[in-house]
Design a binder for this molecule. Structure first.
Ligand SMILES: [Zn+2]
Length: 266
């Protein structure tokens, strides 16, 4: 791992989706490569339990968010209620509700295959998470891209929830403007290094509302092809963002770090 790194925070990683030995290795390596903290987001209740264990193993480095990832089949109401009850019991230790949102890619796939898809139950579930975030005054971490981001914005406005983090955001110029004006934050993955669409987004979005993430273990392309996703990749993200914004890498990294600390109250 390189020396002389600047401090960084991975604002969105799935620690529970690596094998445990690998997660432990990543957390050990983070200490020597400038990664001060990671926000460990959850997929569902069993994922929350695993992330809670990582929080207990690395209480300084790991911050947890509890939620239900929208790109999967909805469980029965009883199971959903179990998750909300569990969140009620453990809300003090979580820094946010997440990952929650809307099933953009699942819906796209269904349409492509000529299958019917009803997004309403997902929207209803997201509204419950938005209300929970509001009740506990916690930030909410959203998987809501393109047109779905507009639905998420409507729900946030309806319930006066302002601390919203749209992770790996992609969307139209008008949606992007609506989000930046509302004070919402976005985070970008290492694909900012090689995706013109994301570089364009960075150009448009205020630097003070941007964070960096890996969404690990999700794999990346371009210079990262074949590599296991690691938070140290965010160093390249900082360089790419600095290039787009016309700033030094140190200055850029410092703003991104402060943004994440401020947003998550760390
Ligand atoms: Zn994710």
């Amino acid at each position: 791992m390189p020396n002389g790194s600047f401090p960084m925070i991975d604002a969105h990683i799935h620690l529970d989706l690596y094998n445990p030995a690998h997660t432990q290795q990543i957390m050990e390596e983070c200490q020597s490569c400038g990664i001060k903290k990671v926000i460990a987001v959850s997929m569902n209740l069993s994922s929350c339990l695993v992330n809670r264990e990582w929080l207990q193993s690395y209480p300084e480095q790991v911050k947890v968010a509890y939620g239900f990832h929208p790109e999967q089949k909805l469980p029965a109401e009883e199971e959903i209620q179990q998750l909300f009850d569990w969140i009620d019991q453990h809300q003090a230790e979580m820094v946010a509700i997440g990952e929650v949102g809307l099933p953009y890619y699942t819906q796209l796939e269904a349409k492509k295959n000529g299958q019917a898809f009803d997004p309403e139950p997902y929207i209803h579930l997201l509204e419950r998470f938005v209300k929970t975030a509001g009740r506990y005054e916690k930030p909410i971490i959203l998987h809501a891209v393109y047109e779905d981001a507009e639905i998420a914005c409507d729900l946030l406005e309806k319930h006066n929830v302002t601390k919203a983090h749209f992770h790996w955001f992609k969307g139209s110029e008008s949606t992007t403007l609506r989000m930046s004006r509302s004070g919402y934050y976005i985070s970008v993955t290492p694909d900012v290094v090689y995706e013109p669409e994301i570089q364009q987004l960075i150009l448009q979005y205020p630097l003070e509302q941007i964070m960096i993430e890996t969404d690990g273990p999700w794999p990346f392309e371009g210079p990262f092809t074949g590599q296991v996703t690691h938070p140290v990749m965010m160093k390249d993200s900082c360089r790419a963002i600095a290039n787009v914004k016309g700033l030094s890498i140190e200055e850029t990294a410092s703003v991104l770090y402060q943004n994440t600390k401020r947003f998550y109250g760390m």
